[in-house]
Write a protein of this length. Structure first.
Length: 160
């Protein structure tokens, strides 16, 4: 029995350090989650806020988003012009508790505010798709990974 006691010497201190590290990392990850969520929300809203063409301009351009004769009038081609600002308003995030220690965030579009959002994203029989959700994610995924990597390193730096 004494042999096992020697083996466990310092175990309480080790557990205390793990709890301390967990608390620090949880705080760092919460800040990173908020920062990356804000980054995605802001950019997605920017990506549906083009004002360089009015509805009249788009008609004069012979409906560049029509499937019959699509024309890329901006780059990337999935950017969206704001007309009513409903789509901008409909973009939001929802925190989802996964368990006592973890939270996830869903970023999406409230289709009760912008019921046409899926038509813009997936297209229709007459309109090309402009998937600004995936486009925004692809545009920012490396930045989001950098945010979380920095948070991990910041959290662990006091122990390294």
């Amino acid at each position: 029995m004494a042999k096992n006691t020697k083996f466990l010497t310092g175990f309480d201190a080790l557990l205390t350090n793990f709890v301390f590290i967990e608390q620090i990392m949880k705080k760092k990850m919460a800040v990173a989650l908020k920062s990356s969520t804000d980054m995605f929300l802001n950019r997605m809203r920017d990506n549906v806020s083009l004002t360089d063409h009015s509805l009249k301009d788009l008609r004069d351009l012979d409906h560049p988003y029509s499937k019959r004769a699509p024309v890329a009038i901006h780059d990337p081609d999935w950017l969206v012009h704001a007309q009513t600002w409903q789509l901008w308003t409909a973009i939001d995030s929802v925190e989802i508790p996964l368990n006592a220690n973890d939270t996830s965030v869903d970023i999406g579009i409230d289709e009760t505010i912008a019921p046409y959002a899926s038509d813009v994203i997936f297209g229709t029989s007459t309109m090309v798709a402009r998937d600004f959700v995936t486009g925004t994610f692809e545009e920012l995924k490396d930045d989001a990974l950098d945010i979380f990597e920095k948070a991990h390193l910041d959290g662990l730096s006091r122990f390294l």
